[in-house]
Write a protein of this length. Structure first.
Length: 197
């Protein structure tokens, strides 16, 4: 995938050499459990995530000032709901080292990624994308207010909440709140301007 740059961050492909930086935050329960997966128990878990899960849809967030990787942002090929299957959408997922929370870094990263996903002609990122995405969705656990605020700042609209088993948390039944962001370049208008029926 092509590198994306923001004022403070470089969004780039994950490398195996990033496993120490990943482990430093992915081993923390406040990151992992809020994101819906088990904390990494070893560097090997982090290496497996980089080589197995992260390719093709995830960017390492490298802080330009220090060169260290402090988080992840990805667009996953998972579907929110059968009624949206005729459209091309992805799930937005993100996690950040707690040492960097409260500085607007994830909003900054997500704005750059969304811009590229919604307008790949002006900012091409991946040959795997056929064209601009129609929409993005994301979900958070109700108690994860930081994640909710990121979504709201980005313009996501709440759709529904639903309890379902989360495989990566031992199939425990958890409620998640689901949101959608329509691509105004595809639909020709913003979500707010959709006619009320
Ligand atoms: C979700 C998560 C990435 C949010 O991190 P965050 O630091 O709150 O989000 P941002 O980087 O966008 O920063 C926004 C905060 O920085 C503040 N901020 C400071 N400077 C800012 C700037 N220039 N621009 C925007 N916000 C700024 C904002 O006021 C906001 O704080 P507030 O929400 O208390 O008002 C982080 O909490 C996390 O990794 N959690 C664990 C994993 C997780 O939950 N993942 C999501 C699963 S759905």
């Amino acid at each position: 995938m092509k590198t994306l740059e923001t004022d403070r961050l470089m969004l780039r492909d994950w490398q195996p050499a990033d496993c120490d930086d990943l482990f430093a935050y992915a081993s923390l329960p406040e990151v992992a459990l809020n994101a819906g997966w088990q904390p990494h128990k070893s560097i090997e878990d982090s290496l497996a995530a980089i080589t197995g899960l992260y390719p093709d849809c995830c960017y390492a967030l490298q802080l330009r000032e220090t060169g260290r990787v402090i988080g992840n942002i990805g667009f996953y090929n998972t579907s929110i709901c059968r009624i949206f299957q005729c459209l091309d959408g992805r799930e937005l997922g993100f996690d950040l080292s707690p040492a960097f929370w409260g500085n607007g870094l994830m909003t900054e990263a997500a704005q750059a990624l969304i811009g590229a996903l919604f307008d790949p002609k002006s900012s091409p990122i991946s040959p795997a994308l056929r064209g601009p995405l129609d929409y993005l969705w994301f979900a958070h656990f109700p108690e994860n207010l930081r994640s909710r605020r990121v979504g709201e700042r980005l313009g996501f609209r709440r759709l529904f909440s639903r309890a379902h088993p989360v495989a990566q948390l031992g199939s425990a039944e958890k409620t998640e709140v689901f949101y959608l962001l329509a691509n105004p370049k595809v639909f020709g208008h913003s979500w707010d301007q959709c006619p009320k029926t």
